[in-house]
Design a protein around this ligand. Sequence first.
Ligand code: BES
Ligand code: ZN
Ligand code: ZN
Length: 499
Amino acid sequence: MNLSAQQGDITKITTDGIIVSLCEEAERNGVPTSALVQVDKLLSGAISALLDNRAMKGKAREVVVVPTLGKLPSRMVAVCGLGRTGQVTSDSVRDAAAEGARALRKMGCKSIATPLLGTGAEGIEVGESARAITEGILLGLYEFTKYKASETTEVEDVTILTTPEVRLDAVSTSVDEGIVLSESTCLARDMGNEPSNYMTPTRMAEMSLDLASKYGLAASVIERDEMETLGMGALLAVARGSAEPPKFIKLSHSRGSVGTAHMALVGKGITFDSGGISIKPSEGMSDMKGDMAGGASVIAAMCAIARMGLNTNVTGLIPATENLPGGKAFKPGDIIRAMNGKSIEIISTDAEGRLALADALSYANKNGMSPLIDIATLTGACKVALGSLYSGVFSNDEALVGRFMDASVRAGEKMWRMPLPEEYKEMNSSPVADVKNVGNRYGGAITAALFVGEFAGGTPWIHVDIAGTGDTTKDGGATVKGATGVPVRTLYELVKGAS
Ligand code: BES
Ligand code: ZN
Ligand code: ZN
């Protein structure tokens, strides 16, 4: 798809569809944008009629498509809601653009134009709007169609129109950043949506090496032999039940000043989680092809960081393996040893993500990386606690987590900080080993985070549980059914803020 910004008039451009936006109660207390007023006028008041007849209110994510009947050069107009006047954010603009673009695609539109949305009085900056529109359109139109033969309409051209008072170069810079972030998010989505017979640890490693050479990252892959030498007994234990070899993927971007610490982004890369010997029920097991979403988000964020040339040092680490119940599989009751020397009693082989993270964090610590950020589809308990909108955030460092939460707001990815109480640590204590891999019945997301924290040691660390947010069952705004690509954009914003 071609997407670019140019100066022009929304009422004069010839495209299949155009997008306009309005706020709730716009007619009473809002200042309608000039694009809306002009389009409404040319349509003989059709948009006003929508409001008058309560066919539309202007709520966030609301969209109504109106045919122009030849009154404008474009065939269709998508009228999109931005929510309450004065409360417009880049999130509402991103979602409006996504809903508008999806609605127009459904009507067979192959080319779309939109003015800057939400920039009126009490609105957002023009650059912010341009980036949000770009992201909304690219993320909202995303589809995973690789294995389907049926033909669908594809939007080929998108034009963001600016007015003469707006500096086009500033808008274009924001559009370019939006394109990189959307493509990176869609890369993480593609990886998560691939079935596990394709997205094996080997394929993740191959893709990482290809992407690294394309975007100028340093990359290497630690194979099983070297894992053994390094003492990665936790990751190796998980890998034992599968015929697919495990891979420990490393991607580095080194553009920070010499001597400054390397941030580590660690992503859980379980390409299929059957539960192992502690096997999962078959219903819903297929969703566990997405148990590498954390790893995919790290690979994709590293690509975005490299493409935007951020001036900082970051390394992505992805411990990748399947978790299967083969004849050599690890078993409940086994005692294993992680790379940092800690022994772990296995209670459930289904609590495998924390084992993979244990070795990856030990590796990052041993190599002097700081701070440590890990992303994982770690616990069903986090999904129960926060649902599918908010990722759970755990940290041992107030300043770092503050920066992370701010980054998530800028990115438009919802996060909620969870506690890490010392008192719960005893739930992970084992009579036979230093720690056990499952706590007890309650507070499962927290005890999992506390377990992972044992391997972060005293290094500033954040753990993000995306079990609820890594994929979704329905389209809504810029999010579409399937893998979400969360939290690629937050990771990018965090690193950008530190550069
Ligand atoms: N990959 C799962 C967690 C998960 C659940 C991710 C639902 C996405 C959606 C993880 O490896 C797991 O199985 N966790 C167990 C832990 C339990 C055995 C302590 C869980 O949450 O049930
Ligand atoms: Zn599991
Ligand atoms: Zn898992």
